[in-house]
Design a protein. Structure first.
Length: 178
């Protein structure tokens, strides 16, 4: 875990300034997990840590899902790490072909481990969970790389919400390292 925390700072995946987040909230820092998940070593580390945590918590699942865009590489890496099939949840149904909002097979009763890169309020991942549930799946857990601790845990209280890291842990590590 320390290697992952170190990667956030050594690879400039936490930026400081003025940012507007997906949730619409404004923040003086931005957590750019996408910068880390485009690096094979860090993406592999995230998948390995997630797999270990899921096994430790005895979470059973049939498929790994991730909402587009940031969670897709994470879900793919975790799918490869666990040998479980991958599901991608689009932000909205595609306007052509099957017009599906989900890529990959989801059957009623499937247990889904839903992953996300960063949560603030949890709105994006919650929308994906609802799409999967409408197909008859059960979301057994929502696993996020970093929770910004700005309401996601409360908004996802009906799910098994698991942050790999909380933003307070990242900042605590940075403070200790100084």
């Amino acid at each position: 875990m320390e290697d992952l925390v170190r990667a956030f700072f050594e690879r400039d995946a936490i930026l400081f300034g003025h940012f507007v987040l997906t949730s619409g909230k404004e923040s003086n820092y931005y957590i750019n997990v996408k910068k880390l998940i485009t690096e094979p070593d860090v993406l592999g580390l995230i998948a390995k840590l997630m797999k270990e945590k899921v096994e430790e918590m005895n979470i059973e699942f049939d498929r790994v899902a991730g909402p587009e865009l940031g969670a897709v590489p994470i879900a793919t890496a975790l799918s490869l790490e666990t040998g479980k099939p991958l599901v991608i949840v689009r932000k909205k149904p595609k306007g052509y072909g099957t017009k599906s909002q989900v890529e990959g097979e989801v059957k009623p009763g499937d247990r889904i481990l839903l992953v996300e890169d960063v949560t603030t309020t949890g709105g994006s991942v919650l929308r994906s969970a609802k799409v999967l549930e409408e197909l008859g799946a059960k979301v057994t857990a929502i696993f996020v790389v970093v929770d910004r601790e700005e309401g996601a845990a409360e908004n996802l209280k009906n799910y098994n919400f698991i942050p790999l890291l909380r933003v307070s842990q990242l900042f605590e590590w940075k403070k200790e390292a100084e």
